[in-house]
Design a protein around this ligand. Sequence first.
Ligand SMILES: Nc1ncnc2c1ncn2[C@@H]1O[C@H](COP(=O)(O)OP(=O)(O)OP(=O)(O)O)[C@@H](O)[C@H]1O
Length: 737
Amino acid sequence: MRDEQEFIDRLHARVDALRGVAAEGVERALTPVGTGQQARLERDILVAERSGLLAALNAVDGSLCFGRIDRCDGIAHHIGRIGIREDDTEHTPVLIDWRAPVARPFYLATGHTPMGLRRRRHITTEGRTVTELHDEILDLGDEDRTGFEDPNGDAVLLAALNSARTGRMGDIVRTIQAEQDGIIRAPHRGVLVVEGGPGTGKTAVALHRAAFLLYEHRELLAKRAVLIVGPNPAFLRYIAEVLPSLGETGVLLATQAELYPGVRATGTDSPRAAAVKGCEPMAEALALAVRDRQTLPEPGAPTVIPHEDGGDLILDWEIAYEARQAARDTRLPHNLARPHFVFRVIDALTAQLVERLGADPYGGPNFLGPDDVAQLGRDVALSRQVHAAVDELWPPLTPEGFLTDYLADPVRVPEADADAIRRAPGTKAWTPADVPLLDEVAELLGVDDSAERAAAEAARQERVGYAQGVLELSRGSESYEFEDEESEVLAAHDIIDAERMAERHEEADHRTAAERAAADRTWAFGHIIVDEAQELSPMAWRLLMRRSPTRSMTLVGDPAQTSEEAGVGSWEKILSPYVGDRFEHVTLEVNYRTPAEIMELAVGVMRENDPSFAAPVSVRSTGEKPWTRESGADLAGAVADAVAELTPREGRLAVIAPRPLHEEIAAATAGIAAGGEPDLTRTVVLLDPRQAKGLEFDHVLVVEPGRFGTSDLYVALTRATQRLGIVHREELPTALR
Ligand SMILES: Nc1ncnc2c1ncn2[C@@H]1O[C@H](COP(=O)(O)OP(=O)(O)OP(=O)(O)O)[C@@H](O)[C@H]1O
């Protein structure tokens, strides 16, 4: 204990020193140096790196080192959340990052396959104080004993599983199990699907895989960022601490609702509307609806445009049809093909004008020369009326504007579907299911950013102009100030030209890759991790696949817990359009959360419909049977009583009840956190099954389970790590009776 404490003290002294250096580094990197794109880019990267290092050092402070391996060859390594090196010329490692290959035996070695280890030690610390050691002897011939031997070797795991919950997920880096380690470090570069029942550690594994990939492919992922998609904001808050505790900060966590920059999807859809918006045929419907906006005048009823020469320009069906065909033939998105349409129309109308003004009444060649024709073309191109007529036929569209119109009057879908998704007049808020549609439409429309690019160039020119002014001033002042001196002093204009000076004054972009990615719809992420992947609709998958052109993804989920109607039940169905059958599929089989007694009940519910349903095996049992209680007339009162009984002294209790009962329960139960996004760190929270997805609590009270669908009930029953109670007034589902 004393040896380990000395080591931890030395380690922290080193970390404190590193923290000082990193803080100073950030400061220094922030002061502008050098000129030109490259220098600025390097500076930004440096700032991001140093800030990341600082954040990492701060985040892992609590339990920096958690293990040690002693090899048979006499070498020992301490294992921790991040790697730390000595300040010597060799940069000797003091603490090995858990992700380094050297650390791997810490997770994989067994008495049967010791991987060259003599002993594995788990070190528990509180702050900077060592409080416990657990040793496992792996070389059975070794007679040395430390007195800290753990006879079963799983005391640390069981302590972690039994510990009181805090309302925030913790990392599992101390106790990653061998089957999980294989997934976390999987070398597979494409799509990796991780399937497993409740509590098998899917979320934990996904987050540790993110940390591993950031370590293994640091350079690429620091530039391209990692995106983690979770089912709802409460879940993202629940997992938000895990990666920082592993020393990783540059990751973007988002729900589907946040994946379209500039839009906050605060509205809600009925399950049916969400299902229709999410289904695959929506893509085709939107594509056709965009084409519908490329219209033609009725044959025989052309658009007549008065022109300044006193005559009319006739935009008829033939002209528009040919222009439309030519524009469509470019296969460009709507807004980018539009200029092609416009040019064709202007050409045709100019030809009319040339014909009218320059025609030789005696049948000779046209009087007008190329310059006249060009001038007439410009006149047509500048005519407001021509533009109005063209806009009518091929309007410039924005994704938000188009989708607003579309949802007011959905076309190209069956009547019943149109009824389901039609927005009530006056509704403005976007819903999460609208986000993939906005993205789809943005793709179909394309962004004609020529105006923005022109503006950016104009702004640059302005900066150059300003810099030139400054340099001229300095030239002017030179003759004045240094008039009589034979000075060697270099003036500004001697060492820098206006272009460079302008660049120097450009705003430096100090955002991390994750921040930049969050603001850019067309960002290609280095890796995407999707949790509760079974819930995403085909339209949402289209959006995500656009964000991952390299198809480097980890998808975790459990089809048995699908609650969204739009969710895709089978991995093959989700993935075959994008990667065919080229994806890896692994399954986790052990349930680390739910005790065997509770799991037995939950599995019974699933077997009602599917007698062959297979569930993961619980790693522990508590001896406490779940109980059910009939409430009599006063359901809310019975819930309040049960809450009083179950509320843990330490840890958390969740009441999982159908949404319509929430108001009544919240009113009867003092101190319960309720609402759309309740604070999960409070001792007692009220949730519906969908809010409870992915979360866990020490104790759970399920209310009126007869009202839940099968998969929602399965989710609700599998949230507890210790005790489960059920209160009901209505009849119980058969499996719970
Ligand atoms: N190796 C491990 N060591 C310690 N705790 C673990 C380990 N693996 C999983 N756990 C714990 O088990 C619990 C369940 O893990 P997690 O939430 O990742 O499961 P899940 O498969 O995502 O569950 P669900 O599908 O129900 O959301 C968490 O508290 C997690 O910390």
